[in-house]
Write a protein that binds this ligand. Sequence first.
Ligand SMILES: Cc1cc2nc3c(=O)[nH]c(=O)nc-3n(C[C@H](O)[C@H](O)[C@H](O)COP(=O)(O)OP(=O)(O)OC[C@H]3O[C@@H](n4cnc5c(N)ncnc54)[C@H](O)[C@@H]3O)c2cc1C
Length: 330
Amino acid sequence: MSISPLAGASGRIETGAGAAAAVIRARAAEWDAPLVEDDTRLTLHLWGCELRLIPDNPGARVEITGAERRLVLTLQDSATQMLADEGVTVAWDSVAVGALAPGLALMRVVSARPVTPGYVRVRLTGPEAARFALGSLHFRLLLPPKGRAPVWPRIAESGRAVWPAGDDALHRPVYTVTDQQDDWLEFDIFRHEGSPTCDWADRVEPGAEVGIIGPGGGWCPDAHRLDCFGDETALPAIARMLGLAQGSVRAWVRASADDLGPLALDPRVTRCDDLLDALGAIEPDEDCHVWFAARDDLARAARRRLLDRGLPKTAFTAAAYWSRSAGPAG
Ligand SMILES: Cc1cc2nc3c(=O)[nH]c(=O)nc-3n(C[C@H](O)[C@H](O)[C@H](O)COP(=O)(O)OP(=O)(O)OC[C@H]3O[C@@H](n4cnc5c(N)ncnc54)[C@H](O)[C@@H]3O)c2cc1C
C-alpha cells in the first residue's frame, strides 16, 4: 500500500501563546471542526490537515501537516490571518514567498459559446485541470477588471496570500465544474442582467489567461436517497449530482424547459416554478438527504422549513448561490 507523503509548514509564536490557543478553540467551535487537547498540545483537524499548537516556553510551536500541499498552504494562510487578527504573529520557518495563492491555477480560454438560450459554456485548458474535478464540485473564477492586466494573488513573507485591491481587485464568482477530461474543464454560466461574468464570457477570446482557485464547496452528499432543489445557478451542480449519487436521486429545478437540455428527458428531473412549494410536497425520511440551492432568501426559508419539519441539520444542505445585492452569498 502506498502512503502519500505529508506536506508541512512550521513556525514559532514568541508571545501570545495563550491567545493563540483561545483563537484556535473558538475557530474549532465556529467551524464545527474536531479539536483534540492534551497536556502537550492542541490539535485542530481541518480540510484534511492537522494544525498543532505545542507550548514551548515562553512561546509555542505551530505545525501544520496534511496530504495535500495546497490545503496545508491554505491553512497556513488562514491561521496566519486569524492569529494576526488577535495580535499574534507566527514566524514561519519557511514561506513560499511570491508563489501563486494556494489552489490558484492559471488557465487559458479554449471557447465560450452559448449552449441553450440561458447558458454560456466555457472551456478552459491548463495542466492543473484534473484536480478541479476531485473532491469538490466548485471553484472561484478570478476575473481582472475590464481592460486591466491581471494581478494574481501571491504569498507574502508573512505566509498570507495577498490579494490585489483597488483598481486591480478581482471579481470572484463561484462556478461548478460540469465536465473535465485530459487538460480541460468546462463550466456553464447562467445569463442574467448586470453580470460582469456574462460580459466577460461575451467578449473573451480563445487563448486569454484566466485564474481559477479551488476546488471547494463540497461534493455530492452520501445518502440512500438524495432530493435536490435548485434554480438556474444550481442546475450545473444538480446535473453533476445526478451522475455522482450512489443511491437514488430526484431533482426539482426552477429553469426554463429550453435550459434543461438533455435533463428535460430525465425521468428523475421535474421542472418547477416555485422551489419552496416543491420542497413542501416531499416527505423526507431518515435515509434521505435534502439538497437545496438558490437565491439567499429562498435558501434561508428552505432551511427554516426543513428544521421546522424536524430534519436534523446533518440531513440537509441549504445553500445561498446568489443574492439580490451581489455575488454568491456562500
Ligand atoms: C457553490 C456555488 C456554485 C455555483 N455554480 C454556478 C454555476 O455553475 N453556474 C452559474 O451560472 N452560477 C453559479 N453560481 C452562482 C454564481 O456564483 C452567482 O450567480 C454570481 O453572482 C455570478 O456572478 P456575476 O458576475 O454573474 O454577478 P455578480 O457580480 O455577483 O452580481 C451582479 C448582479 O447580478 C445579480 N445576480 C447574480 N446572480 C443572479 C441570478 N442567478 N439571477 C439574476 N440576478 C443575479 C446580483 O444580485 C447583482 O445585482 C454558484 C454559486 C455557488 C455559491
